[in-house]
Design a binder for this molecule. Structure first.
Ligand SMILES: CC(C)(COP(=O)(O)OP(=O)(O)OC[C@H]1O[C@@H](n2cnc3c(N)ncnc32)[C@H](O)[C@@H]1OP(=O)(O)O)[C@@H](O)C(=O)NCCC(=O)NCCS
Length: 197
């Protein structure tokens, strides 16, 4: 499968239908959210097979359209879901950009999983997807995420004012970015030459 990769401890790929039980058990047993950017246990009603099938349908459509890729990190040894990374609103043509999102489930924080997953997601984006730029918008008080972005070498570009409507108000976001050159990857990709979107 084109959209999968491995790290030292993780198998990373989109969901498959056979992940239903793992998905359900994971979100049923998460416990409470540990901060404003974390998420806690989900209601049983949101974890039905029908709902999962809808998620898969949307996921596969987004991948096919080269729009949005959700990647799930499964622990190689236990098969447990450890976290997620997303490449959102993929732009081709002269931009070759995606917005990078990530989350590690709170029982696994500060064990290096965030760094392991996002480091590999960056490689995958530049080398496999032939993107040129990744951008992460991070809330200025999300110190964990800022620490992760910095530790991966993402460059702080500045503060984007009133960028996202969160908790009923427009919030400023710090923008961190990286281009393929900063990762030592050739940036003139086949996609760019073909001028897709
Ligand atoms: C942000 C998040 C992904 C970090 O994941 P993690 O697996 O705990 O991070 P890691 O263990 O790989 O640590 C990565 C780096 O950040 C640093 N870091 C992580 N948590 C930290 C904390 N609480 N305080 C200071 N530094 C921290 C680590 O020291 C490490 O830096 P180093 O490589 O220089 O030592 C995780 O806390 C999370 O999912 N939070 C909720 C969702 C979220 O905020 N998503 C991001 C939205 S922009």
């Amino acid at each position: 499968m084109k959209y999968q990769f491995k790290t030292k401890r993780l198998n990373v790929r989109p969901y498959k239908i056979t992940d239903y039980e793992t998905w359900r058990e994971t979100f049923l047993n998460l416990g409470p959210a540990k901060n404003k950017w974390d998420k806690g246990t989900r209601d049983k009603k949101e974890l039905t097979k029908k709902k999962f099938e809808r998620i898969l349908k949307t996921q596969n459509k987004n991948i096919k359209n080269d729009d949005f890729i959700d990647l799930i990190a499964f622990h190689k040894k236990t098969g447990a879901i450890i976290g997620f990374s997303s490449l959102m609103d993929i732009s081709r043509g002269v931009f070759q950009n995606a917005y990078l999102g990530y989350r590690i489930l709170n029982p696994y924080w500060r064990e290096g999983y965030g760094k392991e997953l996002i480091d590999a997601t960056i490689d995958f984006s530049f080398k496999k997807l032939k993107l040129h730029r990744l951008e992460a918008g991070i809330h200025p008080r999300n110190i964990r995420s800022i620490a992760l972005a910095k530790s991966l070498g993402l460059r702080r570009e500045g503060m984007s004012k009133r960028r996202l409507f969160l908790n009923n108000k427009w919030e400023d976001m710090l923008i961190f970015a990286m281009t393929a050159e900063e990762r030592g990857v050739n940036s003139i990709s086949g996609q760019l030459r073909r001028g897709r979107r």
